[in-house]
Design a protein around this ligand. Structure first.
Ligand SMILES: Nc1nc2c(ncn2[C@@H]2O[C@H](COP(=O)(O)OP(=O)(O)O)[C@@H](O)[C@H]2O)c(=O)[nH]1
Ligand SMILES: [Mg+2]
Length: 232
């Protein structure tokens, strides 16, 4: 039986009250003893109240970044990771786009390797244009990484991944300042610092769909950031 007290799930949030309520209830029921850090950039809705309501009975931390100078998904995840004291980390979005049941596979595979990646096998709700753009950009990023002897992935844009805490912390210590804090692709930026010979395990999943409540916060800047992060 896997001991989930060895795992911290990091969830970045910005106005996700409705989604985080559903997600936390599922995670805490499925994974007894797990630690959760919700890292928030100043939500104006009830995200904080919802998260704190879970903190009474479980190991749930609300990391408030509202007063930080740089807000962003990547900066939030890096900040949260620095505070983790368990062996393993899984990073997932709050918006129910990442299936909670796959956290188990990402976490368990960390016994055998240092990095695990949730790989979307099909993306419902995406039109042909978005699929083509996504495929083209991913192929480009993987191509650059391959040439540079770095690790590639079948879902280099994934926001759903597992990583050994010490491994992540050492990358952050050495390279944290080069990440685009306001960016959205922390896994892609991390792969830049992972050698091609590193053994990683990919966990495929189906059912990636549009977010349940609210809107995506990622804008046109994301694409520019991806290219910038890949090339530099
Ligand atoms: N802490 C923090 N979380 C963010 C920020 N922007 C988005 N998020 C969260 O990061 C996750 C992914 O964001 P989302 O807008 O769904 O991006 P998309 O999935 O790429 O469309 C969600 O849980 C968001 O609430 C931010 O600036 N700071
Ligand atoms: Mg999303």
């Amino acid at each position: 039986m896997y001991d989930y007290s060895r795992l911290t799930i990091i969830i970045p949030t910005l106005n996700e009250a409705k989604n985080i309520k559903i997600l936390m209830a599922k995670l805490l029921k499925m994974y007894k003893g797990v630690h959760v850090i919700v890292v928030d950039d100043g939500s104006k809705d009830k995200t904080k109240d919802v998260v704190l309501s879970f903190a009474k009975d479980d190991d749930v931390v609300f990391l408030d970044r509202s007063k930080e100078k740089i807000h962003g998904l990547t900066a939030s995840i890096l900040d949260a990771a620095k505070t983790v004291s368990t062996d393993y980390i899984v990073v997932m979005d709050a918006d129910l786009q990442h299936p909670p049941e796959k956290v188990a596979l990402l976490a368990e595979a960390l016994e055998k390797c240092r990095l695990t990646i949730g790989v979307r096998k099909e993306v419902k709700d995406w039109g042909i244009y978005r699929k083509v753009v996504s495929k083209t950009v991913s192929t480009f990023c993987n191509g650059v990484f391959r040439i540079r002897g770095k690790k590639t992935s079948n879902d280099i844009m994934s926001g759903f991944f597992g990583i050994r805490t010490e491994f992540f912390k050492s990358i952050i210590r050495e390279h944290g300042s080069s990440y685009i804090g306001t960016g959205y692709k922390v896994l892609l930026e991390t792969l830049k610092f992972v050698n091609k010979n590193e053994n990683i395990i990919e966990v495929p999943y189906t059912g990636f769909h549009e977010r349940v409540y609210g809107k995506s916060k990622a804008g046109a800047k994301v694409l520019r950031d991806i290219i910038r992060a890949t090339l530099r």
